[in-house]
Design a protein around this ligand. Structure first.
Ligand SMILES: Nc1ncnc2c1ncn2[C@@H]1O[C@H](COP(=O)(O)OP(=O)(O)OP(=O)(O)O)[C@@H](O)[C@H]1O
Length: 371
């Protein structure tokens, strides 16, 4: 099979032209972050913000041209807007503002509350918590969407039983996949789970924007966002460009994980995103044979941290093989054992979150006047 290089991709892109100026996107300095890995090509077109929507045909043409190159298996090209320097966070619940004017929200219009599920470090069970929490919210009668923003390690396709599926287009809009009553979108639907992808800042913003704005999410009460671990470009984009109702921080009880959780929590506070609380995952272990409870990692650290940081403690989820097996098999425990103790723990977390977001500010109801 032919191998493709970065230079080949740039040469292909240079044969396209901007419909307004007739100049090619490479000469215009728009082509950024070209990455080629085992035949998978990703790149960003960093275009002037006011021309963004009008340049969608150019993005599509670029993607088609790269995809047609010998040796290219997949091509993902995203449009990103050049940002003004010195963007400042705005007040909670509002899209943050930039010096060049109001930063445009990239939130889907029909979604009432968007909640980020985040963790300071990887592997603490953030995605497992996000999947079970989404299902618990749905069990409470909410219309729920799951947006997998973990572009570095998307696990929602697997955890929600949708691995290997691809979204379809209807009326030129991407349709989210559906599983267990949830609407689901993930970058994982566009690539193989094992494929490493190198994301540069502008590409992250473009990909998030497309998955939020170009997807037909419809009307939702709550969107649960599975964030990548840590405090990077995704967290920044999501907190500055999406009016988040709040963030849920997942941590294991060990000191080192809690230290990272504090960092994550402080990041959200700095950008005025309310922290809805901390979940302690893998909190303790109950022997399935004798029922003996073992505090494997000095359980209780997250509750203490929550108290110190002045935010709610949402609950403790034990380390249990049934949680792992069901999450990894695409049938989270809230669905497989809805009456069990684990499902009840996730439902209690969902209730606490609903109580917080429902008491939050809502758009004022229209005044009815009788004349
Ligand atoms: N409470 C639990 N009991 C047992 N296993 C769990 C529990 N929570 C998560 N796991 C398992 O731990 C592994 C990591 O979980 P998960 O993928 O949710 O973590 P993550 O924090 O989202 O990781 P990443 O940062 O890689 O996205 C998975 O195999 C999952 O099934």
């Amino acid at each position: 099979m032919a191998t493709v290089s970065r230079d080949d991709v740039i040469a292909t892109l240079s044969r396209l032209s901007d419909p307004e100026t007739g100049r090619d996107p490479v000469a215009l300095g728009w082509v950024q972050g070209v990455a080629v890995k085992d035949g998978h090509v990703t790149a960003a077109l960093e275009v002037p913000p006011e021309r963004g929507p009008a340049l969608e045909p150019l993005r599509k043409a670029a993607e088609a041209a790269v995809h047609a190159m010998p040796g290219v298996l997949t091509a993902t090209i995203v449009l990103t807007a050049q940002r003004a320097q010195g963007s400042q966070p705005g007040p909670a619940g509002q899209p943050r503002q930039g010096t060049a004017g109001r930063a445009q929200s990239i939130a889907p219009p029909g979604v009432r509350h968007i909640i980020a599920v985040a963790s300071g470090k990887g592997g603490v069970g953030k995605s497992t918590t996000a999947a079970n929490l989404a299902l618990a919210l749905a069990a409470r009668g909410q219309r729920v969407g799951v947006f997998d923003a973990d572009i570095y390690g998307p696990s929602m396709p697997r955890m929600l039983g949708l691995a290997g599926q691809r979204p379809t287009l209807a009326d030129d809009r991407i349709q989210p996949l559906e599983s267990m009553g949830l609407k689901v979108m993930s970058i994982g639907f566009m690539m193989n789970e094992e494929d490493p992808v190198v994301w540069r800042g502008p590409m992250v913003m473009g990909a998030l924007e497309q998955m939020l704005r170009d997807v037909d999410w419809g009307e939702l009460d709550v969107m649960v966002v599975d964030m990548p671990p840590g405090t990077g470009d995704t967290q920044l984009t999501m907190s500055q460009r999406v009016p988040l109702a709040g963030a849920v921080i997942v941590s294991t009880p060990q000191d080192i994980a809690l230290l990272d959780a504090r960092k994550g929590l402080n990041m959200f506070r700095k950008v005025d995103v309310p922290v809805l609380g901390i979940v302690e995952n893998m909190s303790y272990y109950v022997c399935p044979n004798c029922g003996h409870r073992e505090e494997v990692f000095a359980h209780g650290g997250a509750e203490k941290t929550a108290a110190q940081m002045g935010c709610p403690f949402l609950g403790a989820i034990p380390l249990d093989i049934a949680i792992r097996v069901n999450a990894d098999a695409g049938t989270p425990i809230v669905v497989t054992d809805p009456e069990g103790a684990h499902a009840r723990a996730y439902l209690a977390i969902a209730d606490s979150i609903l109580a917080q977001i429902d008491s939050g500010a809502r758009p004022a109801a229209p005044k009815i006047r009788f004349t």
